[in-house]
Design a protein around this ligand. Sequence first.
Ligand SMILES: *Cc1c(COP(=O)(O)O)cnc(C)c1O
Length: 360
Amino acid sequence: MRVFNFSAGPAMLPEEVLMQAQEEMLDWQGNGVSVMEIGHRGPEFKHIAEQSEADLRELMSIPENYKVVFLAGGGSVHFAMVPLNLFRTNKTADYVDTGIWSKKAIAEAKRYGNVNVAAQAKKSDYLYIPQQKDWQLNPDADYVHYTPNETIDGLEFSWVPKTGSVPLVADMTSMILSRPIDVSQYGLIYAGAQKNLGQAGMSIAIIREDLLKDPLPFTPTLYNYKLQAENHSFYNTPPTYSWYILSLVLAWMKWKGGLDYFTNLNIRKAKKLYDCIDSYSDFYVNHIAADCRSRMNIVFNLKNAELEPLFLELATKEGLAHLRGHKVVGGMRASIYNAMPEEAIDKLVMFMKNFAKRYG
Ligand SMILES: *Cc1c(COP(=O)(O)O)cnc(C)c1O
């Protein structure tokens, strides 16, 4: 029996996508082979590549002066690619630290140049995002990097930083396609696929054309955005099956009603869960500032931490799986990406209420 899978990533995929992949496993669209077994340069796979880019462009309203690349490896690949490709003569960038993924990006960028941590959520123990007026931005920075949604800490930006002529770079791995984004406000957007886009093994990047310049000289060939864009992500063999699954997810999103549909759904889902946590505040807690609470990754603790193992055990028995928080922060985390249906949230809320009544 399939359960509701609250895993943060690799995460739940839409059932329709899995069924289509199953149906097409042995004989993809009458070709007598699976997608995994066809050459990436043939017209069949090219069609998947082109359609997925067109769908992504449509769903996100990506302007024409942006290139999209589909790359092997996860979101973390870009922790290195961004500095390698965007550092110019001063090799200086501003980074905003709002949690664990920000820190990883910072650590990697430091290997290649100067990183100024312009703001840190640390002062609030990662419970709220510092307002931009309190950031120390360097007007000569090559770029400003931030993480719109902190998957582990449960913190999300509800606003877009203003960086003037300095390109804004965003790690959207855990919130891409969950809400509308004005791509034109960004220089570069990247995201690993296994949360809201598809399965593990690949990532996408959306890059404003004027930023596609030669990278630092020692950059590995495959880490060169310009070269990848020029070759339409076909410089070497791309992760074809992951790309295929991603194409099915994008088609599914369009079929369900596009970004408007998912934005409204995600607002409703998150509200139901936070309302439950807040209305049982003597039992459940989420300390994140109200305007910084993530729509995708909802972290919470039981006031009586001793009950947490029992909570997880009984939830799992009910088909509410993988609610354990990240090992670094503990507690619980419900990751509710686009593929998580609203009925799963209703079921979780019901479970949480009953658990609180019984053990509170
Ligand atoms: C999951 C995640 C990553 C890392 O993705 P990998 O594919 O494991 O490299 C990076 N950033 C954010 C915000 C994430 O949620």
